[in-house]
Design a binder for this molecule. Structure first.
Ligand SMILES: [Zn+2]
Length: 336
């Protein structure tokens, strides 16, 4: 950028240099790295509104970090999670029209406003606030916000679900999970794939189909589909914590399990509640699962259990042990 330099008495080229500066924020000295525009020839500094403003916001942000105040981005996130515009969020809070706009653009918020925003970050608090206060929103805006709060309550349940999975199943990629951290989405999509394809799919059979899909995909691609670890149980290899996973899928209306009694035995059928899973799985994954489906389509759950008992990985492990994907190399769908 060219600029007139009074020292040099002519138009000169400019350059931006870094310099340590000290700002006074609420009576506190804040050292901040400033970008300053200078004359290329004599080093004279020029005032530049944009750079100056950037430095000020940086100084504010350092102050914010020091005092645990919300950052501009966090304020924006709080507003956006409720689907509110800057203006209607300000109205809701009975603050000045421009207040939220200024905070999101870097102006320093006052401490009382900060506490209020922190409080309202939690949807349950927002619901209380909305119920107990006269707010400046019209009835349509209010209704929209209430609707959003119901949605957020739902995603909160999902968050709790995923925290549970984190605790139970999260693990770095390694040979036991087929070099993939557990992927719940892929897991339930695989369940839905088979549940949608088979009538009267028994849970015991499904667990084996998942095992074959993961291990064969691993054998051919060096990575599993779902990141599931499979455990050696008396009736074959099963996904670790499958009972929790099936409980979660039921709670989220992904599947239902219907239990029938036949000849004194409980039979658990897995029924899909949705067929919306195709875009979660890749073409390659679907291709492998289709091969597994075709191979076992006429197998009953006893037959497929017996079949899986013959796998090397199953024979070489003890009850309760994880069956490493190392054994996948021995798996073949067509045994000679
Ligand atoms: Zn100059």
């Amino acid at each position: 950028m060219k600029k007139y330099c009074e020292e040099c008495g002519k138009d000169v080229n400019t350059t931006v240099v870094l310099r340590e500066e000290e700002y006074n924020v609420c009576g506190e000295k804040i050292a901040v790295e400033a970008r300053v525009m200078t004359c290329c020839e004599c080093g004279e500094e020029f005032y530049n509104e944009e750079l100056d403003n950037e430095t000020l916001v940086n100084a504010y942000n350092i102050y914010r970090q020091r005092h645990r105040l919300l950052m501009p981005d966090e304020i924006k996130q709080i507003r956006e999670q409720y689907g509110l515009s800057q203006r209607s969020f300000a109205k809701l809070l009975n603050w000045g029209d421009k207040t939220i706009h200024r905070y999101e653009n870097g102006s320093l918020q006052d401490k009382a406003h900060n506490s209020m925003l922190l409080f309202l970050r939690e949807p349950m608090n927002m619901a209380d606030y909305l119920a107990e206060n006269e707010v400046g929103l019209d009835s349509a805006q209010k209704e929209k916000l209430q609707h959003r709060l119901v949605e957020l309550e739902g995603t909160k349940e999902n968050r709790i679900g995923s925290k549970l999975l984190d605790v139970l199943l999260r693990k770095e990629p390694c040979i036991e999970n087929g070099f993939k951290s557990f992927d719940y989405e892929k897991f339930y999509a695989s369940v839905l794939f088979f549940a949608n394809k088979c009538d009267e799919l028994l849970k015991v059979k499904l667990l084996k189909l998942l095992n074959y899909s993961d291990t064969i995909f691993y054998k051919e691609n060096g990575i599993s589909i779902t990141g599931t670890q499979y455990v050696h149980l008396p009736y074959g290899p099963v996904p670790e914590h499958y009972d929790v996973l099936f409980g979660l899928m039921e709670a989220q209306n992904i599947i239902t399990i219907s239990i029938n009694f036949e000849n004194g035995y409980e039979k658990h059928h897995v029924l899909p509640m949705t067929s919306d899973y195709m875009n979660i799985l890749s073409q390659e994954e679907i291709e492998v699962m289709t091969r597994v489906y075709n191979k076992f389509v006429n197998f009953g759950s006893v037959e497929i259990s017996n079949y899986s008992h013959e796998e090397v990985g199953y024979k070489e492990t003890q009850k309760g042990e994880i069956i490493s994907y190392n054994y996948a190399k021995d798996i073949v769908l067509e045994r000679s």
